[in-house]
Design a protein around this ligand. Structure first.
Ligand code: GLN
Length: 198
């Protein structure tokens, strides 16, 4: 099976690696453009999107990643990773001038649910999953679709928290912070990287 890449510049890298390994994937940590060869999908982990984008800039990853995303390569961004995939970024109270990969027709409202101390856990209904999924939200963004191409797979009272636009998946919560691998599985199965269990 071709490897699944995890962007390993900052943030929750180890947790994604452990879920993917549990699913039987070969995992490759990505730090440079050369590392992007020979992977079949990529995870952009949570962390701090402002730090991540400046590290991606320093390592000259922005251009190749943008091209891959535009060409249909499967990329899943979680929390800060979702912010990085979004075409528009703002904060609840004000506009922010923050660069991103600008791939998904999504407006990410950063820190929508408040600060670290307002972290919360919520049982989510997710399209494609028979049972609820425990969503862990830490300074999470709200993910507002900007076009009809964006499918909402899960929402909380305030709005969408898991969305998909073709090859691009964005979650505002952290699916890697539980032992539940079903969302990673959905993402990989939908791109034929893992075979469905039935
Ligand atoms: N609030 C952070 C950001 O916008 C994301 C937090 C996280 O990834 N847990 O970058």
């Amino acid at each position: 099976m071709p490897a699944v890449g995890v962007l390993a510049l900052q943030g929750g890298v180890a947790e994604h690696i452990s879920i993917l390994t549990k699913l039987g994937c070969v995992v490759k940590e990505i730090r440079t453009p050369a590392g992007l060869k020979h992977i079949s999908a990529l995870i952009l982990p949570g962390g701090e999107s402002t730090t991540l984008i400046s590290l991606m800039n320093r390592w000259e990853l922005i251009r190749p990643l943008r091209a891959m995303g535009e060409e249909g390569f499967p990329i899943f961004g979680t929390c800060a990773g979702a912010v990085l995939l979004s075409k528009e970024i703002n904060e609840k109270e004000h506009e922010v001038n923050q660069d991103s990969l600008q791939l998904a027709d999504v407006r990410a409202v950063r820190n929508f649910f408040g600060r670290q101390t307002s972290s919360f856990v919520e049982e989510l209904t997710v399209a494609g999953l028979a049972e609820p999924f425990t969503g862990v939200f830490i300074r999470a963004p709200l993910l507002l679709p900007l076009s009809d191409e964006v499918e909402v797979l899960s929402r909380v009272k305030d709005g969408p928290v898991l969305v998909r636009q073709g090859n691009l998946w964005l979650s505002s919560f952290h699916p890697e912070l539980t032992s539940d691998s079903r969302i990673h599985m959905l993402f990989l199965e939908s791109h034929g990287i893992l075979k469905g269990s039935g």
